[in-house]
Design a protein around this ligand. Structure first.
Ligand code: ACO
Length: 378
């Protein structure tokens, strides 16, 4: 058998062949099914983009309205899931609540008919429809309130903001939120997507696939950076403090949150899109000092670190946008999950189409022929 060199984190090792998304980190290019992210952000909606990712082609007008209608019809969650969520501790992290709730869906929809396109569609619709409802329900219930029913007249993004804030959202805020979902929907072979594909390869149900990916996304090295961006902006507190803060980080070799990316060595195209939308949002709802601090940070980091390929990533502006919408910081990663469900489901479907169970190998570096020492002699 061929012996391969061990690479920690499997860095640089292809884990699948995929036609879902493509990144060129030198050019700052991201495509979903071959379409540039800038074009999707400008012309598409999250549900249309989810359809594109999952089924590989843009839907026709009729296909899209049928899909939107199905998702709208499945937004409510069963009262037994709500009751289960009510018993979660209020102090628990919303990502843990989401992981448990997504896994619980598998109890209610336990049929596993992975070769049946109708089953696949049903699972896709149910997951896209209920994940936002579960995130919003936990947010209200941990404050001691009843969850708000989905609003039939509102689109995907607008309905989520409505369920969260109990009021019809401003159209600009709903639009910006929808674009945020598009931007976070998919990003090639990252940790949570790999986790989804490994779980999918065992032919378990799609609820387990999504629950395992949610658990993986929850870690601070993956989905949590935009929470830390907000903490950093609050710590910096004024535009005057930006330069000394950055110089201090560089001197201590500390990472500046929201900057740098394993793949992008130019500005993350998603950060450019979000920066423009953030500007519109802040112009409409009032500039606050955090936006000015962020702009100054981008200038100073570019001056000091662009030679290392360090530019803002998507998390730098998404945290600012969500904060401006009044969304609590610990919901930022669950919102990332709402978007990424589309990508995970696309990978689930792609994995099923050419499945081989993941069974990597290891480099054993333990001992051999050790003897069993009786407990009283240890
Ligand atoms: N601030 C300051 N310096 C940085 C930063 C940063 N954010 N990121 C990288 N560098 C420097 C490193 O210190 C290193 O310098 P050196 O060559 O003098 O030692 C050089 O740039 C290369 O850094 P690496 O750590 O090798 O870059 P890598 O590609 O491994 O790291 C990562 C990417 C993990 C994202 C890193 O940039 C980071 O920790 N950023 C902050 C956290 C963050 O924003 N994460 C979100 C990523 S996007 C997402 O997950 C959706």
């Amino acid at each position: 058998m061929m012996v391969c060199e061990y690479k920690p984190g499997l860095e640089g090792i292809p884990a699948a062949e995929s036609s879902i998304s493509f990144v060129d980190g030198q050019k700052g290019l991201l495509e979903y099914r071959g379409i540039r992210i800038e074009e999707l952000a400008q012309k598409s909606t999250f549900l249309e983009t989810a359809y594109l990712l999952i089924w590989g082609e843009l839907p026709t007008k009729d296909e899209l309205s049928a899909f939107e209608e199905e998702v709208n019809m499945h937004r409510r969650i069963k009262y037994r899931i709500r009751d289960m969520m009510k018993s979660f501790p209020e102090s628990g992290h919303p990502m843990d609540a989401l992981q448990a709730s997504a896994a619980a869906l598998g109890l209610f929809y336990s049929r596993r008919d992975l070769h049946n396109p109708a089953y696949i569609r049903d699972a896709v619709v149910r997951l896209l429809a209920t994940i936002p409802t579960m995130v919003a329900a936990f947010q209200l219930m941990r404050k001691g309130n009843d969850p708000v029913r989905p609003h039939d007249e509102l689109d995907y993004a607008g309905n989520f903001l409505y369920m969260l804030n109990e009021k019809i959202p401003d159209p600009l805020a709903a639009h910006v939120f929808d674009v945020c979902l598009i931007l976070h929907a998919e990003h090639t072979m990252n940790a949570s997507t790999f986790s989804a594909r490994v779980t999918a390869s065992t032919l378990t149900d799609p609820y387990a696939v999504v629950a395992s990916a949610v658990g993986t996304l929850g870690g601070p090295l993956h989905g949590g950076a935009n929470e830390e961006v907000i903490q950093m902006l609050e710590d910096i507190d004024s535009v005057e403090n930006v330069r000394p803060y950055i110089e201090d980080c560089i001197q201590r070799k500390a990472k500046i949150m929201g900057f740098g990316h394993r793949v992008y060595k130019v500005k993350d195209p998603r950060a450019t899109i979000l920066q423009n939308l953030a500007e519109k949002l802040f112009t409409k709802f009032g500039h606050d000092k955090y936006f000015d601090i962020a702009q100054e940070m981008e200038r100073v980091v570019e001056e000091k670190l662009s030679h290392k390929g360090i530019y803002p990533n998507v998390d730098f502006y998404s945290g600012l946008v969500y904060r401006k919408m009044g969304i609590p910081t610990d919901l930022f990663t669950p919102i990332f999950a709402i978007a990424r469900v589309a990508g995970w489901l696309a990978h689930w479907k792609e994995q099923l189409a050419e499945n081989r169970i993941f069974r990597p190998t290891q480099v054993y570096n333990g001992r051999h022929e050790a003897s069993y020492i009786p407990i009283e002699k240890r």
